[in-house]
Design a protein around this ligand. Sequence first.
Ligand code: DP6
Length: 397
Amino acid sequence: MAAIFEATCTAPVNIAVVKYWGKRDTSLILPTNSSLSVTLSQDQLHSKTSIRASADFTTDRLWLNGIEESIEKNKRLVACLRETRALRATLEAENATLPKLAGLKIHICSENNFPTAAGLASSASGYACLVYTLSKLFELPLNASDLSVVARQGSGSACRSLFGGFVAWEMGEKADGSDSRAVQIAPETHWPDLQAMICVVSDEKKGTSSTEGMQLTVKTSALLQHRIKDVVPKRMDDMIAAIHAKDFPKFAELTMQDSNQFHAVCLDTYPPIFYMNDISRAIIRIITEYNKDGVKAAYTFDAGPNAVIYAPKENMAEIFSILSHYFPGAAFDDSLNLVKENPEKVAAGLPQNFDARISPVFAQGAVKQILHTKADDGPRTLDSAQHGLLNAAGLPK
Ligand code: DP6
């Protein structure tokens, strides 16, 4: 049997507070504006990938969540493989003692620890994990920013998942994309009490994909041009300043304004794109009412109806109690001990002087699941012998 080379890693999900929406180059995935996100904990949500290179393999193969998928048909995946193999080939040319991995076939096995059906973005963690794992397998001497340039070509938002904490994707200006990369604004340890609550909203319809939706916006929305030129550059500066100062009210205001404007440019797209539904809009009203005497929470929505609520740790029990009032029956995993540590607060119902009439109480299961998580670290490397996803034959375990 030939020698085995293998790496296993996990990578996190990130949720943008200044949204990426629109490409100026669709094959290199170069955006029309810079964006900024918070990396969420892998303890709750992550992609995990094992990649093995072996002279015994006759073709490159890929399994996603247990199902074999074609590699050739996926141009973005092919680009990530091509780039990392070329970097490995250069290393091998410079150092004759290195094992020759660049020319070997590989098996890739990747899975998410959250259901794809929940509608949570998995392309960001998935591509970040793919590229990070390839860099470990090939022992590439690249930093996270350099790797983000490769991950960006898998999915734009993936470039931000190469770092923990608070991460900007600088749009860059070069045609080759070499300056369109992620940089860390602050590590997760800078603001340890920033937490997030993800409301998985029930929705039967399959929405427009981000990839398709954003290009229709680029083609048809006049409001997007205003956003790109006049709004985002200043908002990026303000957001970075708010994060450095740990100014939650400012951070929250900018986050909500940016989510609102992202959904406004979707509505300004022709024909219009709707990602939020009645449940999403009720969550906006609830958070707005909660914030009426001072900003204590921020909502944000991506290309789907799910809400992500950012708030300081001390407000989370109250927020959970309010959400439980309007959305009965949501499944909740208490891995951060919110219920365990705050039994009275989470059962308190609505706070005093909260105007209950701002939204009806929804039917059981309108919000299917509530996930409590926090800002946390970037990709992690695991021991393949213990945690690998491939068996001795190089097939999924
Ligand atoms: C609304 O990164 O999924 O989540 O680059 O085409 O793969 P592609 O798009 P994708 O778009 C994410 C859009 C967003 C906002 C954001 O994450 O910044």
